[in-house]
Structures are given as structure tokens and as C-alpha cells.
Design a protein around this ligand. Structure first.
Ligand code: UDP
Ligand code: MG
Length: 312
């Protein structure tokens, strides 16, 4: 079989009720481009009927391939596994919950064909909670600062990548990552288009409050050492200010005498700095933890079986 032009990559974790409606909209949309294609689903350890449904797709729809993980390794690992097995000249990622309209795929393809190497999307009238939108804003600002690039929406997973960006992503072997940010570091000519955004069709978001915080830490520590540098800078400034204050107290002692009051003010100031120190230890710990994860060199994900790849 010849190499497909488009690879559609979709991570799936407990999405049994979304898969059939997704396929009903996705397949015609992709066929409508008139290009050769493959659709890669990664079943990320779903505990519902998702795998069963995906396997039936392999029988029913030509070009559908399924990678079955041996457990839940997370959305980004699911996408990476599919990236490694993808062959298309253009690779498009998409969520399984129909929050991203598959009908937008031809527009993404057109942007890549214009010469852009990464095409992001901006969610119009985003259908998520205020908290989620706030978290995204922080992610977008920090990611832009770290990569030195301008994109307004890193969270939206409807994105297109040129083959060479995917090849470079495949060369990275880190265990925790955030694919849109990683892609951005390899992009030389990225573009963005606006797309509609819907509410999750069925089921619940797989991201809890805690896992969102984890994701933000991964993003912050995974792509820069700026947090460490800021911390060192803060330490230097504090030391200089403290020295100035000590000198002031020394002089004051000769003029008005020793000071005794304000004990609790001192405590308040002290506790504030203790808090900062604990934060610093935490930040260092994040880096140490990541280094530990990397040096263990455990497999990032385990593929149990694949379906639909045989005929190649
Ligand atoms: N997903 C996954 N593994 C996980 C969590 C999520 O493969 O551990 C998939 C999920 O099935 C969906 C996509 O990643 O296709 C985005 O997940 P979700 O819609 O829950 O995230 P949100 O839209 O709330 O950011
Ligand atoms: Mg979603």
C-alpha cells in the first residue's frame, strides 16, 4: 500500500458514546479532501467498550488503524505513539469527544499546503468552564514566553503538523511532554486559524483539577529553566535588601537605641520568606523528579497490540 498523504491522529480514553458520531462526521470530511489518508486511533487503556468499537471501525472503514495501549499513559503519550506509526505528509490531531469539528480538516490541510509547518486553531466561543479558560490563559502566556513564539491557543488539540515537525517530535524521548509546545520549538513558520468549539458531546472531561495543575508544572519545567533562574534572582534581591536593612538597624541603634517591639511583624515577614523557600524547594524538586523519570529510562508507553497495520 502506498504512503497516505494525510494521517489523522486521535487519542481515545473511555469515549464509547462519542466514537460512532465522531466517525460519522470525520470519515466524510476526510474523504472529501480527495487525498489518500489513514486514521490512527490510540486506545489509551479505556475501561469501556471503546476498543471494541475501534476494532469494528478497522473492519468497516478502509484506512483506519488502532494502537492498543497496555494501560492509561495519558493523552500526549497516546498522540506520540500514533505519531511514531504515522506515515502521512500532513499529520492532524483531534480529540475524540467532538469538541473539535472534523469539518475543519480541509482548512488545516490548505494552510499546511500554503507552506506553514504547524497550524494551530483558536477556539471561538469556547464552551468550557471559567476555570478551564483561566488555566488555558496561563498556559498560553507561559508557553509563548518560553518558546519565544506567538500562538494564542495551545490547548486546542485540533492541529496540523508537517511531516518534518512530526519526525523531529519523534526524535524526542522525554517521558512527560506537551505536544503543541514541543511542536512549536521545531516550527519555523506556524499559522493559526479560528475554528468553532462545542461542548463535549458525551461523557466527562478526563482532566481533573489536579491533573491540570500537573500539566502546567510539566509545561513550566519541561520547556525551560526560567523558574530556577527567577528563584536565584529573587534570592539575590532578598539578600541585598536584607543587608541594607541590617545596616539601617545598625545605624539606628546609635541614634535612637535598640528596637524591641514589632515581634509579630517580624514573624509575618519570616513566615512569608519561609513560604518562598518551600516554594523554591518544590520547584527544584519538580526538576529533580523529571531528571529521575528520564534517567530510569522506562518505556514511555507500552503497546499491547495494533490493528489495521497488517496490510502494509
Ligand atoms: N485522553 C486520552 N488519555 C487520557 C485522557 C484523555 O487519550 O488519559 C483523550 C480523550 O479521550 C480525548 C482527548 O484525550 O479524546 C481530550 O480529553 P478531554 O476531552 O477529556 O480533555 P478536555 O477537552 O477536557 O481538555
Ligand atoms: Mg474535550
Amino acid at each position: 500500500m502506498e504512503q497516505p498523504y494525510l494521517s489523522i491522529v486521535i487519542p481515545v480514553y473511555n469515549e464509547e458514546s462519542n466514537l460512532a458520531p465522531l466517525m460519522q462526521r470525520l470519515y466524510p470530511a476526510v474523504q472529501g479532501t480527495g487525498k489518500s489518508f489513514e486514521i490512527l486511533f490510540t486506545n489509551d487503556g479505556s475501561r469501556d467498550r471503546s476498543l471494541e468499537i475501534l476494532r469494528s471501525f478497522v473492519q468497516e472503514y478502509p484506512g483506519v488503524k488502532v494502537i492498543e495501549f497496555n494501560g492509561n499513559f495519558g493523552q500526549h503519550m497516546a498522540i506520540l505513539a500514533a505519531f511514531e506509526m504515522s506515515q502521512g505528509e500532513i499529520v492532524i490531531t483531534l480529540d475524540a469527544d467532538l469538541q473539535n469539528p472534523p469539518e475543519e480538516i480541509p482548512r488545516l490541510v490548505a494552510e499546511i499546503e500554503k507552506g506553514h509547518d504547524v497550524v494551530g486553531t483558536i477556539r471561538q466561543k469556547r464552551q468550557d468552564s471559567l476555570f478551564r479558560r483561566l488555566a488555558s490563559r496561563i498556559v498560553n502566556i507561559t508557553t509563548n514566553k518560553m518558546t519565544g513564539m506567538r500562538m494564542s491557543d495551545y490547548g486546542c488539540m485540533l492541529r496540523a503538523y508537517h511531516r518534518y515537525v512530526v519526525d523531529n517530535i519523534n526524535r524526542c524521548r522525554e517521558t512527560t511532554t506537551f505536544i503543541p509546545a514541543l511542536a512549536q520549538t521545531f516550527a519555523s513558520n506556524p499559522a493559526e486559524i479560528e475554528v468553532a468549539h462545542s461542548e463535549r458531546a458525551q461523557g466527562e472531561s478526563k482532566y481533573s483539577f489536579y491533573s491540570l495543575i500537573r500539566l502546567n508544572f510539566d509545561l513550566m519545567t519541561g520547556f525551560s529553566v526560567v523558574p530556577l533562574q527567577l528563584f536565584a534572582l529573587f534570592g539575590i534581591i532578598t539578600a541585598i535588601l536584607s543587608l541594607a536593612f541590617a545596616l539601617f538597624l545598625f545605624v539606628r541603634r546609635f541614634i535612637v537605641g535598640a528596637e524591641v517591639e514589632g515581634v509579630f511583624t517580624l514573624f509575618a515577614i519570616l513566615f512569608f520568606f519561609i513560604g518562598i523557600i518551600i516554594l523554591g524547594i518544590g520547584i527544584v524538586g519538580e526538576y529533580v523528579g523529571r531528571i529521575y523519570q528520564e534517567v530510569r529510562k522506562r518505556p514511555r508507553f507500552v503497546v499491547r497490540r495494533t490493528y489495521g497495520f497488517e496490510e502494509q
